[in-house]
Write a protein of this length. Structure first.
Lengths: 432, 1019
């Protein structure tokens, strides 16, 4: 496989294909890339486990409230900044919990023994007050109750396995073909080597014989005339054409890649590790990216959010000291922006997270494994559109879609109700 | 009636209106001048003369080089790496601010004349748009064009950015030291300001006056209401047009500029809305000289000379009170008198005159009719005009005479806006102490020794009491951009009080708000408005200046001669010139003349014909020794023998935008008679009226009379039908296209031509919301204005060009004299009609304009290659082409400055793309608002509520003429309205061509016997 001529072969094939397929090729490749790189439609549908009783509407309302208000400091089953909330209703009565959520410092100040103990246990960090109604608070606890026990939620995405299984099969088949190919190549190599050995043996045997005439000797000593092939106009033509086509192909590839920054991984002013924070410590994304569920922008965390923990944790680290310096000098940290959509495209995080129910990883990749964040997805229009064509809408329990789902099912039974079938690929959904 | 040829044979349903009504947008169209014809049939102006080069080969060579340059640049660009961009978060994020989520703060706009309660839309800490505050009982969610545009003034680079002593940059401390050392020995000190309606500011001024006892505070209004104040014992009555069945206005432009136009427009429109259940509306008579916005909405409009206005008032008074002979008579006046008498207690007479005699008679008429207490409210008087002409004139004389030690100009620019400005200009530098609080070094401020610029109102705390008992608050929506200081704080500091103005206002309100003060204060700040009064007890009413009999005597002797002049205030630009550096307002077409960028001499057609003046001829106006040169504009409806000039133009030191635009008419205030001489020069007027003409197609606008409406609402609108094999059918029954299915939403809009008063508020609302570029005077002349929304103003008359053949030239001209002398006017807001069978969509070669599943006609800028086919194929002429990079081409740096600098760009709406050169743009139906509304609903897992999504134009409309909503939701306002009006007043513009717009208009109904509608048999 190391011969230069052999390396040209796949290029030749590709180039020929390119000539016929024209520019369509590029977009098709994009689409292919997307399907390979793992936008897993619906992979996140099952984020809310079906366990637990209670009113489904209250739970879903509680889910939204929890994400918006509590998830920054609390997890259901893990201790984060504040205590794990699982079983909280068993520990304290709801009549205690509601005033606590509304104004915890008031409860502490009132001298409530449990409250004071809790306050001291958590380094005297005050829980902020929340202007929520009693009903809203109860719905949050309903959600907490429903989510109890599912510690490894993120790793066991429920539902839509049927969607994923054909793809898995496909992957298995591809692997099988690869193995088969390798075996065939090995067999081929063995055969060729055997043939060469046999040929050499035969030649040696024949050379040893004395009864050969001149003609036989000529045949035996025949050598391939490489210079003839080199001078052959046909071969020269073929090589030239192939070379030109490869050049063209590479050129087109280069041009199509202008402005594409997939894999962009700049050095940031502070060596912040998502692997450490999101991966090992399991801090909810929304703890720092506070507006990811409610706004267009996910919000790059401000220094005061870092200070929630780092006023006490790892205060000696030189990287953390950079934050202190920023605060002292009143100079905000200038992060390098990784995901740059063009100004003409409108993208809203909350549309995809809160409404669509997508996980951050769907677009940002295995962020919890990245020490330094890089741009995982292509962020091209083809990439967006493809997902909008394939992803079924997250309509469950959303009153906005109820009538639409009925209408869709009555007209196209069986076909999934995707984003694009609700007009999600129209121009002014993203361009205005 | 001549129509563009059309392949279908058409039948009209019988409509009882004049069969030969002719609509025309301008004199050119009425006359069908060759220049008009040349441009009428092409969407784009001819390209010649646009390159001011004499060498014909120059342009192609340059273009070639440009292309070469572009090629090199493109190649270089392709090899470049993407630039490194920074994401800079807050250091300490405020809890209530989330990036890209808009916050709204209630505040108050008051520029010395107009009061508007506003909501400030803040994105990432910067105000980007002003919206009406629906909590306000006065403006009720409406917002004037001026207030809409005011957000741009905050980011005006022409503002003075620091304190200054004799023009040199200084610090507040240094200035305080110097000024305070001089104040004590200054002797008589005067504070000159426009009307101040802030109780706390007045307290601060009083505190200052207490510390420096020689201080007097003089207020003056550029458009004064002194006469009205004098006639009403020193108070400005509140008016309630909502209760008036008959309205008679003697030159008061109450819908455009007079006292409180937004409030009045809402009240007025309430009486004008009709439905088959409510077949009544008010009748509005207008006697005026220049064609004003109010006059163009009147049912009966009578042009009168300014000198006759007194006689009209006297005749009206005599007619109502009985007795006395009058020098003026007119059958329309007689009808007005009988209408007034039939509606005692439910009628209203107002006058914009500054003559105390006229106002005394008007007050007496309202008194006699029993309107005081119903439509005229003296108990809760308006505060927005407090200027006293006599005191101001005395002060100016004192300044000129050197009898004043020091003057503080508090947002006042009398050098520009006072008739004696020239003399003041010479006198101010001689003052011992002169201080300016003005926001820039303007004509007055630049002459002062000290400049202590005030914060912009969006950076300030303040309170207001526009009417006694109605309070309003302003709160800062942004940290001060420059090193300025709130003027009240400056005054207090000089008076020895070092409190912040916030505490000062707050403490002042302790007596006003009852109960728990902290809670009440928070609520007042949140709402922006509150009830209660912070003013001192009403002063004992002074005696009226004169009695009605005295007034009659005075008016009887008034007599006009020669060519009479009126100076008036524009709806866009105020008379005081505060808005001159605002490009939005400079480019806002005047509602009636449709002129932008500058003032002009409006003359009646008869005068122009007699004097052989063409539009744009520069005329020298001379009166009382003063001269001014202005181009002529032929204004249909201008009273014969009169001319009029707008105030507020001709600034010298307003800034890049406003300088040298038009000429200053302030010196002509109070001059009745002028002489006019042609100079021979020509200065084109940037008028938009005949751009985008609809080529004489009928059924664009529809109107009918109230009498016909009362008879049968189903017969007031003309629905054309086309002949098919199955008989006459609606045009929409025959179609080559498949109809769209709308499963989710179907957005639509209804515009009631009966309530639209043509004020232009929507035009500016749209412009700020959608980052629409300003193009400047020359480009408007080139017919390339970018407004997504325009208000078409049609004059209507009986005459038509086919009359030339049928009736003969002379007879036609004779007949035409009359309509252009006093034509009727109809306004029609026109924007993309979002056709369901859109002609633009089918001709786009790159599918840059497509139809959405929600009924929107989408324009995709990044796909557009600029063929302009769509604009050519649009029957409504609503598409705009970006001929230039208005945000980077230095040609537009002055007029479109807010897209050039980092400071100016803060005003841009981050949700809307700034369009590049070479692409088409048009109304998107505020798709960014639709998307946001849908998203909010989805997040809350429900359907959007009606009224939750509203376009910028519908939101800003002071009269609620525009209704926007989801036509698929049967419970929405628009669905109910369209259902109710279907077959009655609802019509589509150009229905016959069957493009099936999503915008529906409602036929205008006039409550009048007129030249065009037959007299009603019985009322």
């Amino acid at each position: 496989m190391s011969s230069p001529r052999l390396r040209v072969l796949p290029h030749l094939l590709l180039a020929l294909f390119l000539t016929f397929a024209g520019t369509y090729q590029a977009s098709a490749q994009d689409a292919q890339a997307v399907s390979k790189e793992g936008v897993t439609p619906g992979a996140t549908d099952g984020a809310a486990p079906a366990t637990g009783g209670g009113d489904a509407a209250a739970i879903s309302a509680g889910d939204a409230l929890f994400k918006g208000n509590c998830a920054q400091c609390h997890a259901v089953n893990d201790k984060v900044v504040g205590p794990a909330l699982a079983g909280v209703e068993k520990r304290r009565p709801i009549s205690w919990l509601i005033p606590w959520v509304k104004n915890s410092s008031k409860v502490v100040a009132s001298g409530d023994a449990y409250a004071v103990k809790l306050f001291n246990e958590y380094q005297k960090q005050q829980m902020p007050s929340f202007a929520l109604t009693d009903k809203e608070i109860t719905s949050i606890f309903a959600y907490v109750k429903s989510a109890e026990g599912g510690t490894k939620q993120a790793e066991t995405p429920g539902g839509v396995t049927t969607e994923n299984s054909p793809k898995a099969d496909e992957g298995g088949a591809a692997k099988y073909v690869d193995i088969l190919l390798i075996v065939l190549v090995v067999v081929l190599i063995v055969l060729v080597v055997t043939l060469v050995i046999i040929g050499n043996l035969m030649r040696d045997v024949l050379r040893g014989r004395k009864d050969l005439n001149g003609r036989d000797v000529e045949v035996l000593e025949q050598r391939t005339d490489w210079s003839k092939i080199y001078r052959s106009p046909v071969l020269r033509g073929i090589v030239g054409t192939v070379f030109a086509l490869v050049l063209l192909y590479e050129g087109v590839q280069q041009v199509m890649a202008v402005g594409l920054t997939q894999g962009y991984q700049p050095t940031q002013p502070i060596a912040f590790s998502h692997k450490l924070h999101a991966g090992e410590h399991q801090i909810n994304c929304a703890y720092c990216h506070t507006s990811v569920y409610k706004s267009k922008s996910a919000n790059i965390p401000s220094a005061n959010i870092c200070m929630n923990c780092h006023s006490q944790i790892k205060t000696e680290s030189p990287e953390i000291k950079k934050i202190y310096r920023a605060i002292e000098r009143k100079q905000p940290v200038q992060w390098v922006r990784i995901h740059n959509l063009p100004d003409l495209a409108y993208f809203n995080h909350s549309q995809h997270t809160q409404v669509g129910g997508l996980e951050c990883q769907t677009c940002h990749g295995p962020i919890e494994k990245m020490d330094v964040v890089y741009q995982y997805s292509a962020l091209t229009m083809g990439w967006c559109i493809n997902c909008h064509r394939e992803t079924p809408l997250n309509t469950k329990g959303n009153g906005y879609y109820d009538a639409l789902v009925k209408l869709h099912d009555s007209k196209n039974a069986g076909a999934p109700f995707t984003v694009s079938s609700n007009g999600g690929t129209e121009c002014s959904k993203c361009h205005y | 009636m001549g129509r563009a040829p059309w392949p279908c044979q058409r039948e009209s349903t019988q409509v009882p209106k004049s069969p030969t009504m002719k609509y025309w947008k301008g004199i050119e169209e009425l006359e069908n001048s060759p220049e008009f014809l040349q441009t009428a049939f092409s969407e784009f102006a001819p390209m010649k003369d646009l390159h001011p080069s004499s060498d014909p080969t120059a342009a192609p060579r340059r273009d070639f080089l440009k292309l070469m340059g572009f090629g090199v640049a493109a190649a270089a660009l392709a090899s470049c790496e993407a630039p490194v961009r920074k994401a800079i978060p807050y250091l300490n994020k405020p809890e209530e601010v989330d990036p890209s989520i808009a916050n709204f703060y209630a505040s108050t706009y008051f520029n010395g004349a107009d009061y508007n309660a506003v909501l400030v839309k803040n994105r990432d800490g910067r105000p980007i748009k002003l919206e009406g505050n629906p909590e306000s009982p006065i403006t009720r969610g409406g917002l004037s064009a001026r207030a809409q545009a005011a957000v741009l003034n905050l980011y005006d680079g022409g503002r003075l950015q620091h304190f200054a002593i004799k023009g040199q940059k200084s610090t507040p401390e240094a200035l305080d030291r110097e000024v305070m050392s001089k104040l004590g020995s200054a002797g008589r000190i005067a504070i000159v300001s426009p009307t101040i309606i802030s109780p706390s500011t007045k307290r601060a001024i009083a505190e200052f006056a207490n510390r420096y006892p020689g201080t007097s505070h003089v207020m003056y209004d550029a458009q004064s209401a002194s006469g009205l104040l004098q006639a009403n014992s020193g108070v400005l009555p509140s008016y309630n047009f909502e209760r008036a069945n008959v309205i008679v206005s003697l030159g008061a432009d109450f819908l455009g500029t007079w006292i409180s136009p937004v409030e009045f427009a809402r009240q007025y429109a309430t009486t004008r809305k009709v439905s088959s259940e409510k077949r009544t509306m008010s009748r509005h008579y207008q006697f005026e000289t220049a064609m004003s916005l109010t006059g163009s909405n009147a049912d009966v409009r009578v042009p009168v000379k300014p000198s006759e206005l007194g006689a009209v008032a006297a005749a009206l008074y005599n007619g109502i009170a009985g007795g006395g002979s009058s020098s003026y008579s007119n059958p329309k006046l007689t009808k007005a008198i009988s209408d007034l008498q039939a509606n005692r207690g439910a009628s209203l007479v107002v006058s914009g005159s500054n003559d105390p005699a006229v106002q005394t008679l008007v007050a007496a008429i309202n008194q006699t009719l029993g309107n005081v207490g119903t439509t005229v409210d003296l108990a809760a008087p308006s505060m927005v005009r407090q200027g006293d002409d006599a005191r101001m004139n005395a002060l100016v004389e004192d300044i000129i005479g050197g009898r004043i030690g020091g003057v503080i100009f508090y947002h006042a620019n009398p050098v520009f806006s006072h008739p004696m400005g020239e003399k003041l200009k010479a006198a101010i530098p001689k003052l011992g102490l002169s201080i300016s609080f003005n926001d820039r070094l303007d004509e007055t401020g630049s002459l002062c020794q000290y400049a202590a610029p005030d914060h912009h109102w969006l950076e300030s705390w303040n309170d207001f009491e526009p009417k006694r008992g109605f309070l309003s608050l302003a709160q800062p929506a942004i940290t001060p951009l420059f090193s300025t200081r709130q003027a009240q704080e400056t005054l207090l500091r000089w008076a020895g009080n070092n409190t912040t103005y916030y505490n000062y206002v707050r403490n002042g309100w302790r007596n006003v708000l009852g109960g728990n003060f902290n809670a009440a204060w928070d609520k007042a700040v949140h709402d922006g408005v509150a009830m209660g009064t912070a003013l001192a007890a009403a002063p004992a009413p002074s005696a009226a200046a004169m009695s009605a009999a005295e007034a009659l005597g005075q008016l009887g002797s008034a007599k006009g001669s020669g060519i009479e002049l009126t100076v008036y205030e524009k709806v866009g630009l105020g008379a005081a010139g505060f808005e001159s550096n605002n490009p939005f307002l400079q480019e806002l077409p005047d509602p009636v003349s449709k002129a932008t960028w500058g003032n002009y001499l409006a003359v009646p057609r008869k005068m122009a014909v007699e004097q052989k003046w063409e539009q744009g001829d520069v005329i020298k106006v001379t009166g009382n020794g003063k001269t001014i040169e202005l181009p002529v504009l032929i204004q249909p409806g201008q009273a014969n023998g009169t001319v009029s000039i707008a105030l507020g133009y001709g600034r010298e030191m307003a800034g890049k935008v406003g300088d040298k635009v038009g000429a200053n008419a302030a010196p002509f205030m109070g001059i009745a008679t002028v002489t006019l001489d042609k100079t021979g020069a020509n200065s084109p007027i940037a008028q938009t009226q005949t751009h985008h003409t609809i080529m004489d197609r009928s059924q664009v606008v529809q109107e009918n009379s109230l009498a016909n409406y009362i008879k049968d609402p189903k017969k007031v609108t003309e629905y054309e039908t086309i002949v098919t094999p199955d008989g006459a059918e609606k045009p929409s029954k025959v179609s080559l296209w498949q109809d769209y299915q709308y499963n989710n939403h179907h957005w639509g809009m209804a515009i009631d031509l009966n309530s639209c008063i043509g004020c232009g508020s929507c035009v500016i609302g749209c412009q700020t919301e959608n980052n629409v570029a300003v193009v400047g005077k020359q480009e408007v002349i080139n017919r390339r204005e970018m407004h997504w929304m325009r208000i078409d103003r049609y004059y209507s008359s009986d005459a038509h060009r086919t009359d030339f053949d049928e009736k003969g030239k002379l007879a036609t001209y004779a007949a035409m004299e009359d309509p252009s002398e006093n034509p009727q006017v109809i306004f029609q807001p026109m924007m993309c009609q979002h056709c369901n069978h859109a002609p633009c969509e089918t001709v786009c070669p790159v599918l840059a304009t497509t139809h959405s599943s929600e009924g929107l006609n989408q324009m995709t800028y990044n796909r557009c290659v600029g063929t302009r086919y769509c604009a050519n194929n649009c029957p409504y002429k609503v598409r705009r082409f970006n001929w230039f990079s208005y945000y980077s081409n230095e040609k537009f740096e002055n007029v479109n400055g807010h897209m050039f600098t980092d400071l100016g760009r803060m005003v841009l709406n981050p949700d809307v793309t700034v369009r590049a050169r070479g692409v088409m743009e048009k109304c998107s139906m505020c798709v960014q608002r639709i998307q946001l509304g849908k998203l909010e609903a989805k997040k809350q897992k429900r359907r959007p509520m009606d009224g939750e999504v509203v376009t910028a134009c519908a939101q800003s409309c002071p009269t609620e003429a525009i209704v926007f909503g989801d036509m698929r939701d049967p419970e929405s306002r628009i669905s109910k309205l369209l259902k109710r009006e279907d077959g009655e007043r609802a019509f589509h513009a150009l229905d016959t061509i069957n493009v099936q717009p999503n915008i529906t208009y409602l036929t205008k109904i006039r409550n009048a016997a007129s030249e065009f509608f037959p007299e009603e048999k019985e009322a």
